[in-house]
Design a protein around this ligand. Structure first.
Ligand code: AMP
Length: 348
């Protein structure tokens, strides 16, 4: 699995990344963490990065790209990786694409963790980390029992130096200007999916997993150790919407088109089926209803064709209603996408 987690500072990319690391046993590569480690170690790179970080600015592409190249070439990244906080602008995204193309391992998914700006501000200004054990708290959402002290080890709780309000505002501004355009970048590659990163962490994670497993070939790429040598065909697309439980996330995750590979197959099946059946009357209304919501043309014919071949009359109505749902979901995100372009508005 080769995946980028996109999202504003405080969106919870790091939290979701850590859960993904546990589940899929692939490394999280966070440029923020790598840079903070370099600063803490007092390396030359760390010294160069610190000033920019303290001001909420991006560290130079040259520094970050060098770091990423080194990290991706390490053996543990061979089976996949989760990039967290990288890329952060168009040049970085292009450089990443070139690097992965050279390695013959193109990116598979860019997952946007989408969170309302007000929540982001509280998450960032309220964030505290135990200096001893690294346990994280939030004075608004998850306060420690004793202010300033870690519940687990009694260590001192510290605030990240770039989590003060002025720097946070700068970081959010930079995100809006430089990183948010990557949403369009990955959308145009048909790699973007979206999850609403608000509410229960585990619930968000379940949605994240459902998106990943619906988008990326589940056996061959997610669990290489378990995968059969021969490529296994992905499971049927219609399972996806059911797997996405939280309603908002279901709608949000449909923001992008279904995997490209699925579409041509569906079309081809539909074309073959049509002439054989000599335009049965029942088929025509189905087509109309399936198409009326637009944007689902490719999905509709496949389901119909499958229904015709198998000829289970009972199955047909179910598929119809599923198609309608899918149609609504496919259409909805376009409406959602509009406000995102307006800088500084609620959801990113
Ligand atoms: P993060 O922990 O991802 O919020 O990153 C903390 C800070 O590290 C950012 O505000 C930037 O100054 C710097 N940083 C992290 N990742 C990058 C990147 N990909 N490009 C440039 N600067 C970065």
């Amino acid at each position: 699995m080769r995946i980028v987690l996109l999202g504003a500072p405080g969106s919870g990319k790091g939290t979701q990344s850590k859960l993904l690391v546990e589940k899929y046993k692939i490394p999280q590569i966070s440029t923020g963490d790598l840079l903070r480690a370099a600063v803490a170690a007092g390396t030359e790179l760390g010294k160069r990065a610190k000033a920019a970080m303290d001001q909420g600015q991006l560290v130079s592409d040259e520094v970050v790209l060098g770091m990423i190249q080194d990290r991706l070439s390490q053996p543990d990244a061979k089976n996949g990786f989760i990039l967290d906080g990288f890329p952060r602008n168009n040049p970085q995204a292009q450089a990443l694409d070139s690097l992965l193309a050279r390695l013959g391992q193109p990116l598979q998914l860019a997952l946007l963790v989408d969170v309302n700006t007000e929540i982001l501000l509280k998450r960032l200004t309220g964030r505290r980390t135990c200096a001893k054990c690294g346990q994280m708290y939030n004075i608004y959402f998850q306060p420690p029992k004793m202010p300033g002290r870690c519940d687990k080890c009694g260590g001192e709780l510290q605030q990240r130096s770039d989590d003060n309000e002025e720097t946070i505002r700068k970081r959010l501004e930079i995100y809006e200007q430089q990183t948010a355009p990557l949403i369009t970048y990955y959308k145009s590659q048909n790699k973007l999916r979206r999850v609403v990163g608000e509410g229960d962490v585990q619930e968000i994670f379940r949605t994240v997993v459902a998106i990943i497993e619906g988008h990326i070939h589940p056996l061959a790429t997610l669990r290489p150790a378990m995968a059969a040598p021969a490529p296994v065909k992905p499971k049927s697309a219609p399972v996806k919407p059911q797997a996405l439980s939280p309603a908002r996330n279901v709608a949000a995750s449909q923001n992008t088109a279904a995997p490209k590979k699925a579409a041509p197959k569906k079309k081809a099946v539909a074309k073959k089926a049509a002439p054989k059946k000599a335009a049965p009357k029942k088929a025509a209304p189905k087509k109309k209803s399936a198409l009326k919501k637009a944007a689902v043309k490719k999905v509709a014919p496949k389901k119909k064709a499958v229904a015709k071949k198998a000829a289970p009359k009972k199955a047909a109505p179910k598929k119809k209603s599923a198609l309608k749902k899918a149609a609504v979901k496919k259409v909805a995100p376009k409406k959602k996408a509009a406000p995102k372009k307006k800088a500084g508005r609620g959801r990113r």
